[in-house]
Design a protein around this ligand. Structure first.
Ligand SMILES: NC(=O)c1ccc[n+]([C@@H]2O[C@H](COP(=O)([O-])OP(=O)(O)OC[C@H]3O[C@@H](n4cnc5c(N)ncnc54)[C@H](OP(=O)(O)O)[C@@H]3O)[C@@H](O)[C@H]2O)c1
Length: 261
């Protein structure tokens, strides 16, 4: 299927590794040009070089710490005035694991800045550019925890619910401008982030990492972790031209992990 995004510009937050990197590669394979954003300059530059050489697209990296409000405000201005993306992958790192109480206020604030306020600010800037073109795609990476809160991920569960409210509200407001706004909800996709959470759980439960991973895989209907490429395939479709009538949705890519309808 032709995704109809050749020559369009995708701004991929969290594009240095993991799910963001995998989505960037899928979009590049469809001929989209890329601007990759994260903190790790070396990883961004390496990804931009590899993807531009492999797929014949233009790709660049921009170093931005999305937990820094001032840096994000300056970046949002560049998004609106220079980058003017056709597509946005709204993504960043995951907050530290914790139960709901006893969390340092600084953790709440830093996490909310990165995952909510910065995402809102960058999305608004991107959508302004998309409105002028009467075409756009926003895809926010959430979590299965939006629907079924995950034990010991209180900060993530809390903030991502707010992102879901923002995306659903925005979707209705910009649908008439040819812009879709959707969320994609990973379950257990095998990335560095999931590896860190599994390691933390192994420590809490006094088990080996292998044992914890085997238990998690066995608990999933599909009996295995997902890989970033299969997650990214769904993401790329949701950002495509043929998906133009899909908006305001949350799509689960979780191997059946969430049991509710
Ligand atoms: N993998 C899953 O199955 C899963 C499940 C549920 C939810 N999620 C969520 O989905 C998102 C992506 O997951 P992932 O597995 O790809 O995680 P990951 O491998 O940790 O990647 C996170 C990305 O965000 C960037 N990032 C982190 N902090 C940042 C900051 N302050 N400013 C700018 N960029 C920042 C990282 O790059 P730098 O370190 O270079 O900044 C990296 O590119 C995360 O929010 C995660 O919690 C993932």
């Amino acid at each position: 299927m032709d995704l109809g995004i050749q020559g369009k510009t995708a701004l991929v937050l969290g594009g240095s590794q993991g799910l963001g990197e995998a989505i960037a590669e899928k979009l590049a394979a469809e001929g989209a040009n890329l601007v990759l954003v994260a903190r790790n300059t070396d990883a961004l530059e390496a990804n931009a070089k590899r993807l531009s050489e492999t797929y014949g697209i233009t790709a660049s990296g921009m170093t931005v710490d999305l937990s820094d409000a001032d840096a994000t405000a300056a970046f949002a201005t560049r998004v609106r005035e220079e980058i003017k993306p056709d597509m946005l992958v709204a993504n960043a790192g995951g907050p530290p694991p914790s139960v709901s109480t006893g969390i340092d206020q600084a953790v709440w604030q830093r996490s909310a800045q990165m995952l909510l306020f910065s995402i809102i600010q960058v999305t608004e800037a991107a959508v302004d550019a998309m409105k002028a073109k009467k075409w756009g795609r926003v895809l926010a990476i959430g979590s299965s925890g939006v629907i079924q809160p995950i034990p010991n991920l209180a900060v993530s569960n809390t903030i991502r619910g707010a992102v879901a409210g923002f995306c659903k509200t925005l979707a209705a407001e910009v649908a008439g401008d040819g812009i879709t706004v959707n969320m994609i909800l990973p379950g257990k996709i095998d990335t560095a982030r999931v590896g860190q959470l599994d390691t933390a759980r192994a420590g809490r439960e006094g088990k080996s990492l292998e044992q914890v991973r085997a238990e998690i895989a066995a608990s999933l209907p599909i009996k295995r972790y997902g890989n970033p490429e299969e997650f990214a395939s769904v993401a790329a479709f949701l950002m495509s031209e043929p998906a133009g009538y899909v908006t305001g949705q949350m799509t689960r890519v979780d191997g059946g992990m969430i049991r509710s309808l």
